[in-house]
Design a protein around this ligand. Structure first.
Ligand code: SAM
Length: 294
């Protein structure tokens, strides 16, 4: 029996073809087959670089079935290169099942690092990068999306999201409502492409710009959002510790702001003024009642 081959996980450009690394080209040119999300799309990429290799489709809907076939090729000593339509495979793209199965079979998996929209956006956002969390795409259904945003409202790490252009405006509105209109955020669209542009400001400002500037909603986009304040910085003093934040967000969905604030103060012992201020932020100010805290 021949020695097993290698699975190469190869990052490809997210726009600018100059970002395909020389090493990625070599590996693609030498692979026995290239497993691609969309074989026509990746076929064009390979053709651009004068590479002609057999392509096998591996996408969300056939991955489970394809794993067996690709595993057999690897066990027979072939080398397989995995690519997705753009960027790094497995990052909001197929490949997880394949990589898990190949590793479980004791076969070598080698990364060919390169473009990734999330990392590219994070690198230029000007928001903290020491700790961040990648949330990828939120659920498309508004209720499920808002639920997820509520669960994330106390997350202190910088948050990175992918969003489709036709949902970006609604997404920014929901983020402003869920995280508070004053949180800092950043939108990176069409990275590495001709119309690359970036926008920064508060979530409230970006939501307003999305309503006024059609360009902001064109093409592919990554949204990077500042994390919630650390509990230690605020905690009891401001009423913005994670428990308080989640509780307040949940109660604001069900009750008038003043009633939600009363309950949070009673349950957490946080300061009323700070909780009230936060309630106004979460409501994006317009939604909150104008009464002053006592
Ligand atoms: N695997 C890819 C990566 O490494 O970034 C991501 C694939 S995911 C299916 C596609 C999403 O990535 C898009 O909806 C968009 O949110 C983001 N994206 C991809 N290319 C982009 C670009 N050039 N500029 C901004 N965002 C991009």
């Amino acid at each position: 029996m021949s020695a097993p081959g290698t699975l190469y996980v190869v990052a490809t450009p997210i726009g600018n073809l100059g970002d395909l690394s020389p090493r990625a080209r070599e590996v693609l040119a030498a692979a026995d087959c290239v497993a691609a999300e969309d074989t026509r799309h990746s076929g064009r990429l390979l053709a651009h670089f004068g590479i002609e290799r057999p392509l096998v489709s591996l996408h969300e809907h056939n991955e489970a079935g394809r794993v067996r076939e690709l595993l057999a090729r690897l066990q027979a000593g072939q080398s397989v290169a995995l690519v997705s339509d753009a960027g790094t495979p497995l990052i909001a793209d197929p490949g997880y099942r394949l990589v898990a199965a190949v590793r479980a079979a004791g076969i070598r998996v080698v990364p060919l690092p390169g473009p990734c929209a999330a990392i590219a956006a994070l690198a230029v956002a000007g928001l903290p990068t020491d700790r961040f969390c990648f949330e990828g795409f939120l659920p498309p259904r508004p209720s499920a999306r808002r639920e997820r945003l509520r669960a994330l409202s106390a997350e202190t790490r910088t948050l990175v999201f992918y969003e489709a252009p036709h949902r970006l405006r609604e997404f920014l509105d929901d983020c402003a409502a869920g995280f508070g209109a004053t949180r800092r955020a950043f939108v990176a669209r069409e990275l590495t492409k001709l119309h690359e542009s970036t926008y920064d400001g508060t979530l409230g400002e970006l939501a307003t710009r999305a309503a006024l500037e059609a360009d902001l909603l064109r093409g592919e986009a990554v949204v990077v959002i500042e994390g919630a304040p650390e509990a230690a910085d605020t905690g009891e003093a401001t009423g913005r510790g994670p428990g308080t934040e989640v509780l307040l967000a949940a109660l604001l969905d069900e009750l008038p702001a003043s009633r939600a604030v009363d309950l949070v103060v009673k349950l957490t012992g946080a300061r009323r003024n700070a909780v009230y201020r936060r309630a106004l932020e979460l409501r994006g100010t317009q939604g909150a009642e104008p009464d002053e805290p006592g």
